[in-house]
Ligand binder design. Structure first.
Ligand code: AHR
Length: 633
């Protein structure tokens, strides 16, 4: 046989096999009357931390960057001098004068020459500008003092970078010699939405002025003072989150022991919050502090998963269990009391003073973050010390360990997975055979590592495939959260990719993974019924859950291959009623994605589907993530 013929014959069986495969549908049977186990009601939630300008320059709606003059590296870019024509002024950071023991830095402005025609002052460039909208009221404040009343009034303006003209302006009357808080509002008129703006604070006479905690807020979610960006809160709400893990991962730990997340410095009036260095290369304002995390949970009806500092820093330093660790254990007890305690408790009373009389429920407390990196082995002892103290005072709180320990049996173990799509496809059975007598599992961080700044469709396929495995094992896996959630896509905003939700000052968008997660979380039952799948290709993944309250089956299908997969779906043990619907997230290629400029290239599309009796012949296009919602009553 010549070489060509041999090749033809060699190809024949393959071609026939693939033809057969294409023609014979996979068989998926759901036994709706045979429950396997309950679905964790808290399966889908959120993980958050200060990374990628998630809080400052992100969710936390403050527009003034470096408002307390603590972010050394950025000083010159955040704050610059305004000197019009003849005006002469100098600016420096005064580290000896501030309005409180916590805020000892201020911006010192010395004006040598200025006049009403030629004012002098400073400008703040904001987080990549000030994103302003028409007919909007911005609420502001600052702490200030002056060496002479001759300095006159302070003019506060939002100024367009291109025209140099104020789009909103107000004045603060002459300031006194002592630190005082001044508040103001700025209202825009008929402007085009734009981030090309800055804030100016100017005077028309010579003298010296000190300022700090300069603040400007746009309208916030639920109009909370010191609150959150509306679009980002709405994006999270659409994910149907059941919990929020906070305040972060590495952010909780800090680079060095001294940089630990000291929650007591993040509560109370902003003027009493000293701010702190965070491990992701920029300083944290702590405007979004402990109480604000709980209020965020309250606003989105999420259960708090409170992570407490456990004596380990990213540079591998640790606090030895025993006497040295005891103050940190006490701190965690105080933290829980701050959240849950009544007005008759020391820290509960502090929360009441901070403006939140009602206590918060704290069902989960996580002790540390990723303590598997502590190669000293101290975590076993550290965990035990926290566990004993917390369980003794709060026996009903579920305690989460960040890595397996022998000293105690944690209620829950936090597993993290950052993998390629291929690795997730190969690992969807990860928990199928896992020990059901050990701790429950919290997949506290996971992400398919594809796409930048936000995940692409290939990543969404990896994430969705992985989630089918978590749903199937949701008797064991009680919670799961993607990380990181947010990224400011402006230049220099990102420290980690991929992320779930991208934004600049004006707008935000969800990645394909965002839509996949929202779709999965929004269509979840309370029970996993028995089901079987045969004859499907290796890149087809599925999970089924059933909701009894309103009689619905949710079948999730992921086809991560390029070819369509036909599947014959049969539902046994339930009468199907009414119209089923198919919600599909699809892209032409795994590299396809959403961006700030094209935010809705890949979004779920809903179509009706009709079962014939208990059967549906269905074709899942290649590169697709689907939910079939099937009414059973
Ligand atoms: O999500 C980003 C980082 O990944 C978290 O801070 C940390 O917990 C993990 O290593």
């Amino acid at each position: 046989m010549n070489r060509c013929l041999r090749t033809v014959f060699a190809l024949v069986p393959l071609t026939i096999a693939s033809l057969l495969n294409a023609q014979s549908p996979a068989q998926l049977t759901i036994h709706a009357n045979q429950p396997l186990h309950a679905v964790s009601p808290t399966l889908y939630g959120l993980m958050t931390e200060e990374i990628n300008y998630s809080y400052d320059g992100g969710l936390y709606a403050e527009m003034v960057r470096n408002r307390t003059l603590r972010d050394g590296g950025w000083e010159q870019q955040d704050w610059t001098l305004v000197q019009n024509s003849a005006a002469g002024a100098a600016m420096s950071v005064d580290k000896t004068s501030g309005p409180s023991a916590a805020l000892t830095n201020s911006l010192k402005l010395t004006v040598m020459t200025a006049s009403p025609e030629s004012p002098a002052g400073v400008r703040n460039n904001g987080f990549w500008g000030y994103a302003l909208r028409p007919d909007t009221t911005y609420s502001g404040s600052l702490f200030a003092k002056a060496d002479t009343s001759a300095l006159g009034a302070l003019t506060v303006s939002l100024v367009n970078n291109v025209t140099g003209k104020a789009v909103a302006s107000t004045t603060i009357p002459a300031m006194g010699a002592d630190w005082k808080r001044y508040s103001f509002t700025l209202k825009t008129g008929a402007i085009e939405p734009s981030a090309a703006n800055h804030l100016e604070l100017t005077v028309a006479h010579s003298g010296t002025l000190w300022m700090t905690l300069v603040s400007v807020f746009p309208p916030t979610y639920r109009n909370r003072p010191n609150g959150n960006r509306i679009d980002l809160m709405e994006k999270m709400a659409a994910m149907h989150p059941q919990f929020l893990r906070f305040p972060g991962g590495n952010y909780l730990e800090g680079n060095r022991l001294a940089d630990w997340y000291d929650w007591k410095k993040t509560i109370g009036p902003l003027v009493d919050r000293p701010t702190h260095p965070s491990p992701w290369s920029y300083h944290s304002s702590d405007g979004l502090g402990l109480l604000e995390f709980f209020e965020w949970c309250e606003d989105l009806h999420m259960k708090p998963v409170l992570a407490v500092y456990a004596g380990y820093a990213l540079q591998h330093e640790y606090i030895a269990p025993g006497k040295e660790l005891a103050p940190y254990v006490q701190d965690a007890l105080d933290e829980i009391e701050y959240a849950t305690g009544g007005p008759d408790t020391k820290w509960g009373a502090e929360r009441v003073r901070d403006g939140h009389p009602a206590p918060f429920a704290v069902p989960y407390v996580e002790i540390g973050n990723e303590d598997e990196f502590d190669k000293s082995g101290s975590y076993d002892g550290r965990f035990a010390q926290f566990y004993d103290a917390l369980k003794a005072k709060y026996p009903s709180i579920q305690l989460i360990a960040t890595t397996p320990v022998k000293s105690r049996k944690p209620d829950v173990l936090d597993d993290h997975y950052y993998k390629s799509a291929e690795e997730f496809f190969a690992d969807t059975h990860h928990y199928d055979k896992a020990d059901r007598n050990g701790p429950k599992i919290f997949v506290g961080e996971y992400a398919t590592m594809e796409g930048t700044p936000t995940s692409d469709f290939g990543a969404a396929l990896g994430d969705a495939a992985w989630l089918t495995g978590l749903e199937r094992n949701s008797d064991l896996v009680v919670m799961a959260s993607y990380a990181p959630m947010f990224v400011n896509v402006n230049p220099g905003g990102m420290q980690w990719h991929p992320d779930l939700i991208g934004y600049d000052g004006l707008s935000s968008y969800g990645s394909p993974s965002y839509y996949a997660l929202a779709l999965f979380a929004g269509h979840i039952g309370d029970t996993v019924p028995t089901s079987t799948l045969s004859g499907a290709g290796p890149r087809v993944f599925y999970s089924v859950t059933e909701r009894h309250s309103d009689g619905k089956l949710f079948l999730k299908l992921v086809n991560a291959g390029p070819q369509a997969q036909s599947v014959s779906i049969r539902v046994d043990g339930a009468a199907l009623h009414g119209a089923a619907q198919l919600i599909r997230l699809h892209a032409a290629t795994p590299a396809a994605t959403n961006t700030l400029e094209h935010p809705r290239q890949i979004v779920p599309v809903t179509t009706p589907v009709t079962f014939s009796g208990a059967m549906l012949m269905h074709s899942i296009p290649g590169n697709s993530i689907e939910v079939l919602e099937i009414p059973t009553r």
